[in-house]
Write a protein that binds this ligand. Structure first.
Ligand SMILES: [Ca+2]
Ligand SMILES: [Ca+2]
Ligand SMILES: [Ca+2]
Length: 250
């Protein structure tokens, strides 16, 4: 692209940005992510109990743990407004999915995953990790040994070329009998929106301004840099890549 064309693209993108700020806060792709719809819209290799807990590898969905198993300590809500959560007596079997669902994805897109986990019986604890299409991704997170403390279990994944759906799952890697019991809530999977360069949840002129300033050697928003295409050099290809992402929106 010659300089005149680049200028035309930039001006065009700016006009578009001024006309419409596009919300970039991607929707959560996971169904029933906070379990508020009960035991529905997901699958598990654990067995469901609507009553008490007889054995390892069993779960329920409710707002407390002690009616499931008298040894479980009830946690505070995982987040504001949360009523229900997944209550798990950790399985002792390997390669067992606590939670899973098949999710439509877009090849080449990067997704951020997160769950909240909390220990149900002091000790252990459970070690949670995301798995996609049978492969563990990112790092595992050991839950606190103490009860009543919720922590994040994050990961990031990019859909390979040709992949349009994925079996997204959460695993517990601690298969010791006692104690490896836990609560899970607030699952999320959202598209990473790189055009939202300033990270405020919208793709608009301010992102263009923030990238331009960063590209010109000024300050960059936290977690960003001007090497937008990641090839190790800051040059006009990065500007073109940003303009393309900006025009594509999220
Ligand atoms: Ca919930
Ligand atoms: Ca923004
Ligand atoms: Ca570059």
């Amino acid at each position: 692209m010659n300089q005149a064309c680049r200028v035309a693209v930039v001006v065009g993108a700016l006009v578009g940005a001024v006309l419409a700020a596009v919300p970039a806060r991607a929707q959560n792709l996971l169904p029933n992510p906070g379990f508020e719809l009960g035991n529905s819209l997901f699958a598990s290799d654990y067995s469901f109990s609507g009553g008490g807990n007889c054995c390892e590898g069993q779960y329920t969905v409710r707002n407390n743990g002690d009616t499931f198993n008298g040894a479980f300590v009830n946690p505070p809500p995982s987040s504001a407004g949360s009523e229900l959560m997944m209550v798990c007596n950790g399985s002792t079997l390997p390669n067992v999915r606590v939670w899973y669902a098949t999710i439509a994805v877009e090849p080449g897109r990067t997704y951020n995953l997160n769950a909240r986990g909390c220990t149900a019986v002091a000790g252990g604890p459970a070690i949670l990790q995301w798995q996609i299409d049978g492969v563990l991704i990112g790092s595992s997170v050991a839950l606190p040994t103490a009860t009543r403390v919720w922590v994040d279990v994050p990961s990031t994944w990019t859909a390979p070329a040709g992949v349009t759906s994925a079996v997204v799952a959460l695993r517990n890697l601690n298969t010791s009998t006692f104690p490896n019991d836990f609560y899970v809530d607030d699952l999320s999977m959202v598209v990473v929106c790189r055009a939202d360069f300033d990270g405020d949840g919208f793709v608009d002129f301010f992102d263009f301004a923030a990238f331009t300033e960063c590209f010109a050697g000024g300050p960059c928003p936290p977690g960003t840099n001007a090497d937008f295409d990641g090839d190790g050099f800051v040059d006009f290809f990065d500007f073109d890549a940003f303009v393309a992402a900006f025009e594509a929106g999220c």
